[in-house]
Design a protein. Structure first.
Length: 750
């Protein structure tokens, strides 16, 4: 259209010549119209609007007004686009913030899973987060997180991953990284830990690992030959029920104390720096490698001062204590006692009126031979494998603690006295075993609290340490027999110092002595590795992987304190001992009752063990003196009145049932039921306000005393009696708790 107008105007100019000013004006108008048309093309105006604009520019409006209107329109569009661009930048910033925030707790695998992509292999970060979620919150928490779009490994997937996770020698950094996430919110007291080291002989072998590498060579210098020993380091937290393997190394017989020290210090630094846990104690046996390591840090097991600590390798303001393990030390004491006669200090001989100063294993042999043909054995656990164990039997805890026990100690006095009368003097062997058992109780079995701390520590410092330091073996040499005495002294000092620290500085409610022993790592070797005497290095690594996966998959939601026992028959039933003492064979029942330590009410299950009571000896003693019924009644009265814990009461009667299996006469069980009935009736008569009539009628139906009762009938009746008594006891406690309801209930029953 413009070209046609230009041609028309050029013809008009040729026909009608104009002035130069008019010509310049026309050229300017053409130029501006072309510019406006180009601008209109770039806008959303259609062709008709463009034509109207051009026509308006040409014929109707002044040029300046048209330009201003277009500039204003373009300005508004620019402003609107700028606003939209700003909003887009804000959205981009928000999305970037979201992505950055998600990246803080989501790995690349988790982000892919959020987008619906299938994850072929989970990375270590996601695995650790899944473990911590399962560990702290349990299986339900893990499934809840996965259902709420938090991409984590499932419980089954996690088990399969941990079963196949590669474990190599050295420091197990994966376990430490998981532990760091678990303990990050713990209190300072919950972050106190102990490193426990144990040595295990391995079969020299070079085997192919699952990842294509070979294992079996020494990993500690100076040697690079096939390994003969494995050193496993177990970390246990003092207040939280948590234990995990943190390091494993292999070596041969050329290992020196300096190399072992450097390895141990490196483990301590890695554990503290990676997890924030503070290591207070090193618990270890006194084998050749560990004894050499202790000597390299300035702790001697042969001479000099009995120092039990050094400056902490990771913090010069703290100290690191050492504890020669009590369980291993008990094995050494028992082994030395089997081989050598022990000379007891003269001060103890005079103070406790001992027969002589020499404790010998011959007395134990004599006791074993005398009770072989006895129906009621004073020391029932004293068997062939205890008296004369082979090499492997001597390493079992049960063998050790069946020898070092109050059962054997009391039985020695019982047998040696003429006609089972009370002897004027105590056997030296009996006294040695009693003191060794007391040391084991305080260092392995009992729980320390603020109330008993001063009593227990005084026993150890004033009695046990002077006793051990004064002991002498008849054939002294630099063997395990000579090292076990200073090891016991060092361990006692460390346990007392740390117990005081935890009870009074960190406000622990209690400190079980088993926390400081190596029982947990002993269980690892005995249970996980199995009965193999010398497993291969690869089998050790597989066992560590298995126990690590089991530990990491445990749920520790409600388990604040340790609850595992020290293992085996080391946890003797102490209340099964006292009546085997020679004093209890006296015909006086009053003396029998006075010996029972029942000055306080038994409210907790743990307080029940020091009663030191045995049903079997009650029957044995009573039948011999024709006082069975009266003795049983008296004991039942006193013990039942003192026990307020239902669990204790059930346990009390359970031991009576278990020991009844060895009874040969049914009349004994009949008399036992008679005594129980008499006791319960006496208890019920003291609280006439309760429905005692119904209680007595029930017993009339249940107990039909007959001489020819079978053991099976007696068992069923005892079970019924126990259930009735527990219901009665619960009713009694309710009325004691709500005394204002007692009269109303009594009138209703009447």
């Amino acid at each position: 259209m413009i070209n046609q107008n230009e041609q028309r105007m050029s013809l008009n100019n040729a026909a009608y010549p104009c002035k130069p000013e008019s010509l310049r004006c026309m050229q300017f108008i053409r130029k501006q119209s072309k510019t406006i048309e180009d601008a209109a093309k770039n806008t959303s105006l259609n062709s008709s609007n463009r034509c109207s604009v051009i026509s308006d520019v040409r014929y109707n409006e002044p040029l300046s007004d048209v330009l201003m209107r277009q500039i204003k329109s373009l300005s508004e569009q620019n402003k609107k686009l700028s606003i939209d661009l700003g909003k887009a930048h804000e959205k981009i910033h928000i999305l970037e913030t979201y992505i950055k925030s998600m990246g803080k707790f989501c790995s690349e695998n988790q982000l892919n899973a959020m987008q619906g992509r299938k994850v072929q292999k989970w990375d270590d970060e996601t695995i650790m987060k899944s473990i911590v979620t399962k560990h702290l919150g349990g299986k339900k928490m893990l499934e809840f997180a996965r259902r709420n779009l938090i991409p984590l490994c499932g419980n089954t997937t996690l088990k399969e991953i941990l079963k196949c996770y590669p474990i190599h020698s050295g420091i197990l950094t994966f376990n430490l990284d998981v532990l760091k996430l678990i303990v990050q919110d713990f209190s300072p007291g919950q972050k106190r830990g102990t490193l426990k080291i144990d040595e295990k002989s391995v079969t020299p072998a070079r085997e192919l690992h699952s990842d294509g590498t070979y294992v079996g060579n020494c990993t500690l210098p100076p040697s690079n030959t096939l390994a003969q020993n494995a050193f496993v380091v177990l970390l246990t937290l003092m207040q939280i029920r948590l234990k995990i393997v943190v390091a494993i190394e292999f070596s041969d017989k050329t290992l020196t104390g300096e190399i072992m020290r450097n390895f141990l210090f490196n483990v301590i630094q890695e554990v503290e720096n990676r997890t924030g846990i503070m290591i207070d104690l090193i618990s270890l046996d006194i084998g050749p490698a560990n004894a050499s390591m202790l000597k390299s840090v300035g702790i001697s097991l042969y001479q000099g001062s009995r120092s039990n600590h050094i400056i902490h390798p990771n913090d010069i303001t703290r100290i690191l204590r050492f504890n020669p393990d009590q369980v291993h030390n008990d094995k050494n004491i028992a082994g030395a006692f089997r081989k050598y006669d022990v000379i007891i200090p003269s001060s103890f001989v005079e103070e406790y009126n001992l027969v002589s100063n020499k404790a010998t294993m011959k007395d134990v042999y004599s006791l074993y031979n005398k009770q072989k043909n006895m129906i009621y054995k004073p020391a029932p656990n004293l068997k062939q494998e205890v008296v004369k164990p082979n090499h492997f039997e001597s390493m079992y805890e049960s063998t050790v603690y069946n020898l070092i026990s109050d059962d054997v100690s009391n039985a020695l006095n019982f047998i040696q006295s003429p006609n089972n009368a009370s002897p004027e003097k105590t056997s030296a062997t009996s006294f040695f075993l009693k003191m060794a058992n007391k040391y084991t109780d305080l260092m392995v079995r009992l729980k320390w609290t603020r109330e008993n701390f001063h009593e227990y520590s005084a026993w150890l410092l004033e009695k046990i340490i002077p006793f051990f330091e004064g002991l002498k073996f008849m054939k002294e040499n630099r063997s395990q027999a000579l090292k076990c005495i200073p090891a016991a002294v060092i361990g006692i000092k460390s346990v007392i110092e740390l117990t005081q620290l935890y009870l009074f500085d960190f406000d622990f409610d209690e400190v079980p002595a088993e926390w400081f022993s190596n029982n947990s790592i002993e269980c690892f070797f005995s249970i996980v590795v199995g009965k193999q005497n010398k497993p291969s290095p690869l089998e050790i690594l597989r066992a560590i992987r298995s126990v690590s996966s089991t530990t990491l998959m445990e749920e520790h939601v409600n388990n604040k304190n340790y609850s595992f026992c020290s293992g085996g028959v080391g946890q003797q039933n102490h209340f099964m001992k006292l009546l085997r003492n020679k004093k209890l064979c006296d015909d006086s029942i009053s003396n029998l009752i006075e010996t029972l330590p029942l000055s306080e009410t038994i409210e907790n299950f743990e307080d029940f063990f020091p009663i030191e009571f045995t049903w079997r000896t009650v029957f044995k003693t009573s039948i011999e003196h024709n006082s069975f019924l009266s003795a049983s009644i008296k004991i039942m009265e006193v013990v039942s009145a003192k026990i307020t814990c239902d669990r204790c009461k059930s346990k009390f009667f359970e031991y009576g049932r278990n020991n009844s299996e060895t009874w040969s006469l049914s009349i004994e069980m009949s008399n036992f039921i008679l005594s129980m009935e008499f006791t319960f009736r006496k208890l019920s008569s003291e609280t006439e306000s309760i429905d005692t009539l119904k209680f007595r009628e029930t017993f009339k139906d249940v107990i039909l005393t007959q001489v020819d009762l079978t053991v099976e009938h007696c068992f069923s009746r005892v079970n019924t009696i126990i259930s009735i008594f527990l219901k009665f006891r619960t009713k009694l406690e309710l009325h004691q708790r709500f005394p204002h309801r007692r009269n109303a209930y009594a009138s209703k029953c009447n």
